[in-house]
Design a protein around this ligand. Structure first.
Ligand SMILES: Nc1ncnc2c1ncn2[C@@H]1O[C@H](COP(=O)(O)OP(=O)(O)O)[C@@H](O)[C@H]1O
Ligand SMILES: [Mg+2]
Length: 236
């Protein structure tokens, strides 16, 4: 395996069982996956196959049952959490993009993005400057003072991507980020994620069943009944 995968996010033999006894559900049955800095991989599979469970484990939102998860040199999970402050991990190391943008309705676009660095203790002016730079890179700089309700769906999703990127996390997890968008906007969002991955060396995992964007991935993990398989995608 290539060197650069040592720097990204990696999981080995990850399992997740919900519940116990007769009603237990084995949602992940030993998943291996690695994503290098700068890489965007697709994760596809039918409903109920474990996609959201895997993303939540990767995002330290739920605790796996067993296995290993590392980010660069750091062991995050090995049969138990290995770092004490999971909130700080989520805030500083992982960006989330969801199907719905979940912007805060009473903050303008800039502050929706600047809030996270502010919460991480950065000065307000610096946080807003960083937010504006990203909004410009994502082509929504002209909407910086607008309120979320004044934006189109595509613009809101780009703001949500700016928010996921603002703390320059090494990992971005996106769960169906293009579902509400038409084909052209869906492709724009994926190309933006690719640019951002390259520019900031971010490892990006995109859960999708969106036929429009599947051909853009160079590498795809398919998941079925809690097990993943890696395949080459059509992307160049
Ligand atoms: N909180 C939960 N408690 C019990 N079972 C769950 C829970 N969340 C998901 N599951 C089960 O785990 C399996 C995988 O679900 P999920 O990860 O949501 O799949 P996907 O996102 O691919 O649709 C399904 O059988 C689902 O019913
Ligand atoms: Mg799901």
């Amino acid at each position: 395996m290539s060197e650069r995968y040592n720097q990204g996010i990696r999981i080995e033999g990850l399992t997740k069982r919900y519940g116990a006894g007769d009603t237990a559900v084995d949602a992940l049955k030993g998943v291996d996956m690695q994503v290098a800095p700068g890489e965007v991989v697709g994760l596809i599979g039918p409903s109920g196959s474990g996609k959201s469970t895997l993303l939540k484990c990767l995002g330290a939102v739920i605790e796996p049952s067993a296995g290993r998860m590392t980010l660069g040199e750091q062991i995050i999970y090995e049969d138990a959490w290995k770092i004490p402050d999971l909130r700080a991990l989520r805030r500083d190391k992982i960006g989330f993009v969801f199907q719905a943008p979940y912007l805060i309705p009473f903050l303008d676009v800039t502050d929706n993005v600047a809030l996270l660095p502010m919460l991480a203790g950065r000065p307000n002016a610096e946080s807003r400057k960083r937010a504006l730079e990203l909004l410009e890179a994502l082509d929504v700089g002209h909407r910086a003072r607008a309120m979320p309700s004044q934006l189109s769906g595509g613009e809101q999703q780009r703001v949500a991507i700016a928010r996921a990127l603002v703390n320059r996390p090494p990992v971005i997890l996106a769960d169906e980020p293009t579902a509400p968008l038409d084909s052209e906007r869906a492709l724009t969002v994926i190309h933006l994620l690719e640019d951002m991955a390259r520019q900031f060396s971010t490892a990006i995992i995109v859960v999708t069943h969106d036929e429009k964007i599947i051909p853009t991935f160079k590498r795809i993990y398919t998941i079925r009944d809690g097990r993943t398989h890696e395949e080459a995608g059509e992307g160049r």
